[in-house]
Design a protein around this ligand. Sequence first.
Ligand code: NAP
Length: 523
Amino acid sequence: MSAEVLESYLSGRWQRGEGVETRLYDPVRGDELATVSAKRLDLAGALAYARRNGQGSLRGMSYGQRAKLLGAVSDVLVANRARYEEIAIANSGNTKNDAAIDIDGGIGTLKYYARLGSGLGDARMLLDEKPVRLAKAENYQAVHVLLPRRGVAVHINAFNFPSWGLWEKAAVSLLAGVPLFAKPASATALLTHAMVKDVIEARVLPEGALSLLCGSAGDLLSVLTSEDVVAFTGSADTAARVRGDPNVIARNVPVNIEADSINAALLAPGAAAGSAAYDAFLREVVREMTVKAGQKCTAIRRIFVSSEQADAVTDALADKLKAIKVGDPRDAETRMGPLVTRSQQKAALEGVQRLVAEASIVCGGNAPQLPGIDAQKSAFIAPTLMRAKDGATAKAVHEVEIFGPAATVVPYRDLDDACALVARGGGSLVASVYGEDKDSLLRILAELGPGHGRILAVDSAIATAHTGHGIVMPQCNHGGPGRAGAGEELGGAYGLRFYHQRLAVQGSSDLLAGVQAQAASLH
Ligand code: NAP
């Protein structure tokens, strides 16, 4: 692949920014693959174009018609899947399995919302609740409906999911009738660019329904109107800048934030070695640490085990992690590839250094020397297991997100102690708990629930049947409180809310019957 200039698709045409803002590399070979720049692109004009054209055509369709658009987009992506896999391997250092999570995760989410949308049929709005009587007169009532918003959905995505991040947001906003303006992270924009190009060339979406900005966000936030929304995924630092943008604040632009998270896996007290839950716990921790080289916002970062089991669990995990074959993802035997860039590698190694004062390194913690791979050009990190010296006094263990294949075993005294330690994460996307005792699992759910957006509870009944700690299913809520950003995405039809205005209609029961006739139930 020769270095390509990735253009942006704005105002209905491909446009090139001035100069080079970011160079995209192969994180195994160090080859330059592409460049991006958004300098001097007219973002205000592009947003106005999307509002006028994209919004105009999507608004005239029912949910059922828009669902067909999602199906058509997924067909285009399926037809080109092999090429996307090559790009994911080259630009993100993905193994085939990593690439499948990103690519097929995006296609699967589009298909899921296409099915959901076809069930909403000819409706033009969503019914949130049944009508209620407001006064003595029986025929004076109110009903809550959701109406598609009139602006553009700006989707700012993180580098780790150039496909899933794009389509999990796009599926929901397109079904809601809101055109999207996608801004991928620069370092891995190659895959997003290729997918959008194919969809635009296939002409399966109305003009203006899909825009793409390759390069930095520039003045994007400052040209939003109060009709637009922003769905952001990325680090907590950038999230704070997006939320705090003066124009976003002044115009009350709705912002959904999906940020980082120090997610936990908890082996419940009494889950005996060799039990189905115990084995599932070990498998899942190793999988979460190594899939996509740990570059998943949902990956397990803290591993909670009782003090009595801490030695055995640490040894078992270390044995499994040392056996993971790290290397070039083009090699069929490789189980884990590199991080996406050398700056991510540097940040992850610095993160490990921040933890070593309060945790000891059990394995990894370095950039491994790999045969045939230049350590000066590549971005590898060995699977890294640490063990907290004292979970209660530790700080960095609960606060520093090492965005790589690294996690820390944190021993706990009892169930209360375990739940208190997990809560030190300050709000997370997901926790998984493993045990055989239903009462303990229910107690853990009640304790951890308010600090999480999703909990996977694994007992022997689902030990081999569950979909995984880190895999985001479109049926389930994605997002978490506190440092996770306090956002909510997906979760079936519920995810459509963000792209709608909730409206209470007060009127005669006859009029409300007319409103209901145009609406599909959200529930
Ligand atoms: P990042 O550096 O915060 O960047 C995220 C996105 O924001 C990129 O598209 C970036 O563009 C853009 N951006 C940077 N500065 C901006 C500004 N001032 N205004 C508007 N946009 C701006 O995050 P990242 O390094 O790509 O991603 C890794 C992080 O994302 C991790 O912390 C991970 O936990 C988190 N994450 C969370 C989720 C979730 O669903 N909760 C999912 C995936 C990842 P450029 O690339 O052009 O700078």
